[in-house]
Design a protein around this ligand. Structure first.
Ligand code: UD1
Ligand code: UDP
Length: 355
């Protein structure tokens, strides 16, 4: 019984590591891993496979660094060839990247059922490439593995709770990863780590489009850094934009870190500032407040719980959030994203469907 897993970007490698491990319980299931190549630098891709012992991809398509349409189109063409050759019973896609969309579309065109992990997430902002990917992928899916109630309701609202579909509330697979790998948290060796610091990441397209806005954000960050150090593992796409705009950020741009190093930074930092989807939840799991550099979030529960503040790149709003959160002790004990056994629940559901 063959299933094809499609990955391409770093959060998907982490999720696939958890599921691949859970699938080992069912030797009847043969997982074929396809890496689209969307992320390709060593510390954006191979380091995750190595650290988390993910099986080598059966196919590496090497498709990256293109416009959205070109990337998705090229992936679609190549993924169709893989699916025709492998003839899987089901295709598994994760999250909201162009690799997710291309995988779902290639499968749907061949009438192969699609299982979407992290289905039903919505920011309700169709200008975000990720939102387009989520909405279309869900439209093409038959199996929806959702993290919680918010995602479940979103799918209901869109009429996707049809009798022929299966929606399963399984929790967040990233929570499994956090719990499983936290004992492996690794102090980054490459640079001096201050005792107290804010952990910053930034890579979303909407935050990189406007050079003036980005420049004033980094001017602010440079000033803030003099009061409380900021550790900024910089996505290579962000670095390219800063170079293109000629922005000198006023803080050191460190290379993206491996997942184990990221877990260390999460557990040591005073607060997280990010526009990442995954990091918002990881901040919560590490019991750190999160300032989200966006106007919206798919992880609405965290905003309702007041552990996540949406500020966009607006420096006044960031300052307000910092003064409210920096000295406050994290004391939220709610668990909105399951019990850390999401991988097992998904593997079990896939096995019972395929048997
Ligand atoms: C993509 C996803 C986003 C996800 C993120 C995870 C889409 C539309 N976006 O954004 O949802 O949050 O991955 O990190 O799929 N680059 C490198 N080296 C790499 C990877 C990327 O230099 O290893 C450069 C590319 O050349 C490109 C830029 O970074 O210029 C953006 O990469 P891309 O994969 O298009 O989007 P992400 O911002 O990574
Ligand atoms: N991450 C990492 N090293 C980094 C930055 C991020 O290991 O330098 C991890 C992060 O902990 C999270 C995942 O990559 O688990 C999320 O990646 P990203 O922010 O790129 O994507 P998103 O979640 O926004 O799709």
């Amino acid at each position: 019984m063959k299933l094809v897993t499609i990955v391409g970007a770093r959060p998907q490698f982490i999720k696939a590591a958890v599921l691949s491990r859970a699938l080992k319980k069912y030797p009847q299931l043969k997982e074929v891993i396809v890496h689209t190549g969307q992320h390709y630098d060593y510390n954006m891709s191979a380091s995750f496979f190595r650290e988390m012992d993910i099986p080598e991809p059966d196919y590496s398509l090497g498709i990256n660094s293109m416009s959205h349409a070109a990337m998705t189109g090229k992936m679609l063409i190549e993924l169709e060839k893989v699916l025709l050759r492998e003839k899987p019973r089901i295709v598994i896609v994760y999250g909201d990247t162009n690799s997710t969309l291309a995988g779902a579309l290639a499968a749907a065109k061949l009438n192969i059922p699609v299982a979407h992990i992290e289905a039903g997430m919505r920011s309700f902002d169709m200008r975000m490439p990720e939102e387009v990917n989520r909405v279309v992928t869900d439209t093409l899916s038959q199996f929806f593995f959702v993290t919680g109630e918010v995602a479940f309701k979103n799918l209901q609202m869109e009429g996707l709770d049809k009798p022929e579909n299966q929606i399963l509330k399984v929790g967040d697979i990233m929570y499994d990863a956090f719990l499983y790998y936290k004992k492996k948290a690794l102090k980054p060796k490459m640079y001096h780590l201050p005792d107290e610091f804010i952990l910053l990441t930034l890579h979303r397209q909407e935050n990189l489009e406007n050079a003036d806005e980005l420049a004033s954000f980094f001017q602010f960050v440079g000033t803030l850094h003099n009061e409380i150090p900021i550790v900024f593992p910089c996505h290579p796409g962000t670095r390219k934009k800063l170079d293109l705009y000629g922005i000198t950020p006023g803080i050191e741009l460190i290379e993206p870190v491996g997942y184990f190093e990221m877990l260390y930074l999460l557990n040591q930092c005073s607060l997280v500032m990010t526009d990442s989807g995954g990091l918002q939840k990881e901040a919560f799991y590490a019991e750190r407040y999160c300032i989200t550099l966006r106007n919206n979030t798919e992880w609405k529960e965290l905003v309702d719980l007041k552990v996540n503040w949406l500020t966009s790149l607006n420096t006044e709003r960031i300052l307000e959030a910092l003064s409210a959160l920096l000295s406050k002790t994290f004391n939220c004990k709610v668990k909105p994203y399951g019990d850390g056994n999401t991988g097992e629940l998904i593997a079990e559901a896939l096995f019972s469907y395929l048997s």
